[in-house]
Structure formats: C-alpha cells, structure tokens
Design a protein around this ligand. Structure first.
Ligand SMILES: *[C@@H]1O[C@H](CO)[C@@H](O)[C@H](O)[C@H]1NC(C)=O
Ligand SMILES: *[C@@H]1O[C@H](CO)[C@@H](O)[C@H](O)[C@H]1NC(C)=O
Ligand SMILES: *[C@@H]1O[C@H](CO)[C@@H](O)[C@H](O)[C@H]1NC(C)=O
Ligand SMILES: *[C@@H]1O[C@H](CO)[C@@H](O)[C@H](O)[C@H]1NC(C)=O
Length: 358
C-alpha cells in the first residue's frame, strides 16, 4: 500500500481504533526459518545511557496486521519511555494541511496543462474505473463504520487536477482494492502516536513537513512522467487481468512479522516511493528507474538519516534525564548511512535488541 495513505485521507485517521486484529494475524507469522516468536528479531535498538533510550522501526501498514507480532520488549520500551518522537506529528492538523499544500501545483496551473495528453487521458480513465469499482472494493466492516464509497473516493481523489504529478503517481499507486480495503485502520506509526497521546506521553516530531515533501517535488519532469507512466501501466495491466495483484504489502508484512532485517524491502516503505526497477524494462528505461531509485535513496533516506541522527543527539544531550523512544520508518535503521550509524559516529553505543535480551 502507499505509505502516504495515512495522509491522503487524514480524516479517516480519526476513526475509532478499536478494530480487532484480523483473525489471520493471530495465527503464527509462518516464518520458515525461525518458527518461535521468541527467536524473532525485534525492530528495536537501544542507546546506552541512563535512562536508556530506544529506536523502533515502524512500517506503513494497518497496525492490526502487525501489532500481535511486535515483541514484548518493544512494547515495554514504549511503555517505559516518557518522551516519544516520530518523523512527523501525525496527530497535528497543521501537519496534514501543510502536506496537502505541498502537493499542489503552483497557482494557476492544472494537471491537464502539465501532463502529456496521452498520460492525462489514461489517468482520467483510470480514475473513472476506480470510482466505479470503489463500492465493490469496500468491506462490510468499513460500511459498518459509516464509510461510504463516494466519500472515500472524494477524500482520496478530490482536487486531483490541481496536484503535482508525483503526488498523482503516489495516489494512483494507493488506489487499489487491497489498499482501499485497509482504509479506516491506522497504520502502525499513527497507532503509536495515538497510543502515546492516550498514555499522556510527551511527543515530538523529528522533521518539518517540508523536509519530507520537498525532496519528492524535486524529481525532474521526465523522471516524474516515467514514474507515472509505469504506475498507470501497472494498473492498466491489473485492470485487464494481465497482471496478478502485486503482493508488495503482504511481503512487507511478512518480513516485518518474521523479524527479517533485510534492508531492501523496507527502504521503499520508508522512502515512501514504490520500486520501479523491473527486470522486463528495456535498458534505457531501466537506467531511468535506477536513477529515480538512487535519487530517492539519497534524498529520502541518507540525507534525512543524517539530519534526524544529529537532532536525536541534540535531544539526548539537552535532556539527559529523559528516556526517549524514537519511532521512525524501519528503513531508517537498515542498509547504509542509517540513523544508528550517525549516532555511533557521534560516540554513542546503539545496540540491536533481540527479543530475549530485554
Ligand atoms: C532528469 O534527470 C536525469 C538524471 O539526472 C537526466 O538524465 C535528464 O536529462 C533530466 N531531464 C530533464 C528534463 O531535466
Ligand atoms: C509509457 O511507457 C511505455 C512502455 O514503456 C512507452 O512505450 C510509452 O511511450 C510511454 N509513454 C509516455 C508518455 O512516456
Ligand atoms: C514491468 O515493466 C513492463 C514494461 O513497462 C510492464 O509491462 C510490466 O507490467 C511491469 N511489471 C510489473 C510487475 O510492474
Ligand atoms: C551500501 O554501500 C555499499 C558500498 O558502497 C554498496 O555496495 C551497497 O550496494 C549499498 N547498499 C545499499 C542497500 O544501498
């Protein structure tokens, strides 16, 4: 699912969060290599100090799909920490409106003037298809919560002609049956933010909206058109029945629930951009896909890791008596140039916690 969906549809985040975990989630995570929950890795790291502070890696999927698999040590670390920091303050209406503003084309411009005609017409056709399908995609549970297809469609798609093409690409990517069915349940990081508020913890945001949003707007025109074209092609194949529903979200959930700390799958969730690198692409297009991938890795992971790591250090030093819990996208802790690397470079000891060493 699109990681941005929590904010493409902010009002839904306010629905009651009491949804029971899906039945399937209560069964075992079905991890081939490490069948015991106690042998799984947790996405938890500790910074040695007194009181200790923690880093916790989240993913952007409905929390009901993963919460039962989050090990007890991570839940305890959250409970114990007095101060919880997120990438952004998702519960603040200002955050939501600033993100909405950041998606807009400059005043006076419309998507129709910006996009190649072929792409614009295919986009329009696709949105008409989604509008038609939406009622059949929704679940009885969603309808029971008072969610209506028209409302949902307008909340996600409304004002689309005024949005920048990169945001249209992310929107189209999130307009699938699987994603629509999961609307109304908060994603894991939003759930933690709501819990922190409910438990009256002090909360904060590591970044400004613009720091997340501007790098997305910085992709150049031909790259954006490529990304939008690929996204539309994929949706058109799905519509025509030529492509199986891609299991990206299911894969992500499985790796997370199995405690599989491999960086690749999480980097796309945390950089918030889908993977366009596809083995069947012609060579020139594969080059473009690689360029987009490294642009986002640099701008949405490495640069932000550096900035967030330095801000974490500043907080730890300014408030030595406080126990912090930093909940960021899991991809910020895996691969190269992670937030943890920044802190280690600054002299801190940041250790992974497995489920039995709490
Ligand atoms: C966009 O960026 C790519 C990679 O840096 C470059 O090859 C291409 O010429 C740029 N296109 C435009 C329209 O600026
Ligand atoms: C979209 O992608 C297809 C397949 O790669 C290509 O043939 C077509 O020219 C592209 N369209 C645009 C407008 O870039
Ligand atoms: C890979 O790219 C080709 C050509 O653009 C496209 O037809 C196909 O649907 C893509 N596959 C996936 C899984 O996106
Ligand atoms: C990390 O850096 C190494 C060395 O520069 C490189 O070979 C590797 O591909 C990088 N990994 C990722 C996930 O970018």
């Amino acid at each position: 699912m699109s990681p941005w969906s929590w904010f493409l549809l902010p009002t839904l985040c306010l629905l009651p969060t009491s949804a029971a975990p899906q039945r399937g989630a209560l069964a075992s995570a079905n991890c081939e290599l490490k069948p015991q929950q106690s042998e799984l890795n947790s996405f938890l790291w500790t910074i040695k100090r007194d009181p200790p502070s923690y880093f916790f890696g989240t993913i952007h999927v409905p929390y009901t799909r993963v919460w039962d698999f989050v090990p007890d040590n991570s839940k305890e670390a959250f409970q114990q920490s007095g101060v919880v920091y997120f990438e952004l303050d998702l519960t603040n209406p200002y955050t939501i409106s600033a993100l909405a503003r950041c998606q807009m084309l400059p005043p006076g411009e419309n998507l129709q003037d910006v996009l190649p005609r072929d792409i614009y017409c295919r986009l329009k056709r696709h949105l008409e298809y989604v509008k038609l399908m939406m009622p059949s995609w929704m679940t009885a549970d969603q309808r029971g919560k008072g969610l209506y297809a028209d409302y949902l469609f307008n909340a996600i798609v409304g004002n689309w002609e005024r949005k920048r093409p990169i945001w249209i690409m992310l929107m189209v990517n999130s307009l699938t049956e699987v994603v629509v069915k999961s609307r109304g349940v908060p994603v894991l990081d939003l759930y933690l933010a709501q819990e922190a508020e409910r438990l009256r913890k002090q909360t904060g945001a590591m970044e400004k909206v613009e720091e997340q949003c501007h790098p997305l707007n910085g992709l150049n025109f031909s790259q954006v058109i490529f990304a939008l074209n690929q996204t539309l092609l994929q949706q058109e194949s799905l519509r025509a029945g030529r492509l199986q529903i891609p299991y990206t979200t299911e894969d992500l959930i499985k790796h997370y629930n199995c405690g599989d700390l491999s960086s690749v799958i999480f980097s796309h969730d945390s950089s918030q951009v889908p993977n366009f690198i596809n083995a069947t692409l012609p060579p020139q297009e594969r080059v473009t896909a690689q360029e987009i991938d490294s642009y986002f890795r640099q701008e949405l992971l490495y640069k932000r890791n550096e900035r967030m790591g330095k801000r974490v250090k500043a907080l730890l030093e300014e408030f030595p008596d406080k126990g912090f819990f930093f909940a960021f996208g899991a991809g910020h802790f895996m691969g190269n140039n992670t937030v943890l690397d920044v802190l280690r470079r600054e002299g801190y000891e940041a250790l992974p916690m497995n489920t039995v060493t709490f």
